[in-house]
Design a protein around this ligand. Sequence first.
Ligand SMILES: [Zn+2]
Ligand SMILES: [Zn+2]
Ligand SMILES: [Zn+2]
Length: 390
Amino acid sequence: MSGCNHKYMEHGRCWVDGCSYCAHETKFNGVCVACSHVDEAEWQQAKQKEKDDLKKLRSDRKLSLIIDLDNTLMHATSVYDVAEWISKQKRSTVNKSRVQELFTTANANNYSFKLRPGLYSFLTHISTMYELHVYTMGNTAYARTFLDRIDPHRNLFKGKILTRDGNGCILKKKMSRLYPTNRTQVLILDDSANVWDDSPNLIQIKTYTYFRNVKELNALSCAAPIRNQYYSFVNSYTSSNQSTSFHHQEDGFDLDNGDADFVVPALPPPSPPVEDFSNQFSISSTYCTKQPDIFLDKNIADIIPEEKETDDALAHIGKVLKDIHSIYFSQLACNKEPDVVDILQSLCTEKRSATLRRKRSASSTEPDFIQSKKCSSICRSSSSTTLTIP
Ligand SMILES: [Zn+2]
Ligand SMILES: [Zn+2]
Ligand SMILES: [Zn+2]
């Protein structure tokens, strides 16, 4: 619109009716997030890079996994008392086991993190099958703080770290920020389906909360949470009949083993001590050992649950991911052009119809999920229309 003085600029774009002016402030792989304008040169370059990346990934026998942090891998809070309590327990000799999966940061924000049960075992296993990327609506400093603690040498998270910074005006997560066209070699692990507009590549994990009565950090949406159609299925998944022939069952994703200390497994030097924070407090360790009460005060007891955790979602999701990976590469070996979305769908619908049959014969109760389209066989050829690697 000529004559517009672009009075209502937001995120680089003029929102005056009839005006289409845009400064293309934030682009993902050459595409403007505000107006969808395509910078042809950048777009071609991004596509070529994607093609190379995916080819490399395939030759490493890996798929790509984009992982959310908050309420997926951990639960975080910035309540100061919690940070103080954790530090105190870390110094104490009596209650150390209670705070094994808890840690605090020494920076101004006093973040406290509780790792989801089974996190270490989950990450070490899937990082052999997937290239791990992080996509969080927290900021970059926040993501780094967390990753530096659980994976300081980036032995597990070798991919990109995408955060709120650089997400432009959008309050959604976009796969195109990572891959311009590919949808067949990439999966998403997130507890929120809303931020992904319930993408078919999404594996929606149960929301993990540990701290009670605290404000959720980095929460975006007030909309009613969407529940992905495979939600119940993936969060209680055991193993596919189809895929057992492709690989033998290993001890895999049992939570009882391996998570004892959350020590990063690695060649490089060991992770920094957890107690960084402790020097900032004047409470002496003798004081701590003389005081067997676990809680500083009643407020902490309201926040940190005393009962043992029962969350085992990562174990189930780990098995889904493992089966998808194994089916993908078996299909590839028989010269199919596999697609993770098709594989996820066929795993879910096959298991689902088996469960349905059992349920129907056992009782007349209604299934707690919606029947969706059937897939004839896992090793069928996929009709992928997106990207083909030569
Ligand atoms: Zn304008
Ligand atoms: Zn634009
Ligand atoms: Zn989340």
